[in-house]
Design a protein around this ligand. Structure first.
Ligand code: NI
Length: 262
């Protein structure tokens, strides 16, 4: 595709929110890629922040953007968290709503000429819906005969599933990483928001991971919200390492995505 991807001078330089439209138009002359952080606003156990998935996705996205010079949109902080609605503070979009939101974000960006939409996701519950949204967006781009339709590509990158991140989590926490309110994601929030450290305390043995159905069933199986995890093992220092590992893996993946033939 286009031009070399140099690191940005600062994080501010790649935040779409801080750019003017002529700056975005000029950016599109040299790069057709953009990063969209996707999170969720949902319970993360009795000691984790409700914003964990949005805070982490945005932080990884901004670091990947800083390292590659690729623009980053504002975070989509509400995701598909229906099964967490049994816990106070959770705010969920229905799958169909999230699908429509992501579809509209992709179509808006495609209209301006963005050809590579790289969604950095912080929440497993968003995966199926995000992929469905991409399929829908390709169809709409073609139906509307957008100029970029033949070149339009969307990619979902789940930072917590990057190989080096999972390997580090396994080596630090073993089985106690669990599946929700994991020490790895909590560690990253501690690095980003030091005030969260005050919530950390030892917790009783967590309920094991099980099938996921509705909110009442989820709360019955997982009374304190955790799925097999021990977030007390998390530290801000670990979080710094997870941020670096995730940004390294995803920056490489993004550059390969941008370089892909049409
Ligand atoms: Ni999470």
């Amino acid at each position: 595709m286009t031009a070399p991807h140099e690191p940005a001078a600062s994080t501010d330089a790649i935040r779409l929110q801080l750019r003017s439209w002529p700056e975005v138009e000029a950016y599109l002359e040299r790069c057709k890629g953009v990063i969209v952080p996707l999170g969720s606003t949902e319970q993360h156990g009795p000691t984790g922040a409700i914003g964990t998935d949005a805070l982490t996705a945005e932080a990884v996205a901004l670091e990947v953007g800083r390292r590659t010079g690729v623009l980053v949109t504002p975070a989509q902080a509400f995701g598909m968290a229906e099964h967490h609605l049994g816990f106070a503070g959770t705010v969920s979009l229905q799958p169909a709503t999230l699908l429509a939101v992501l579809h509209d974000i992709v179509l808006s960006l495609a209209r301006h000429g963005f050809e590579r939409i790289y969604v950095i996701n912080g929440h497993g519950g968003n995966i199926a819906t995000a992929k469905a949204a991409f399929a829908q967006a390709y169809g709409t781009a073609a139906d509307r005969s957008l100029a970029v339709a033949p070149q339009l590509r969307c990619k979902l990158a789940n930072w917590f599933m990057a190989g080096p991140v999972m390997a580090e989590a396994r080596s630090l926490y073993g089985e106690r990483e669990g599946h929700h309110a994991t020490p790895s994601e909590i560690a990253l929030t501690l690095a980003l928001e030091p005030s969260l450290q005050s919530k950390q305390r030892p917790l009783p043995e967590p309920a094991p991971a099980g099938p996921i159905h509705g909110p009442d069933d989820f709360r019955r199986r997982h009374p304190d919200g955790r799925m097999g995890s021990d977030p007390y093992l998390a530290s801000a220092e670990h979080g710094e390492r997870f941020l670096d590992l995730a940004a390294t893996a995803l920056a490489e993946d993004l550059l390969a995505f941008l370089a892909q033939e049409r």
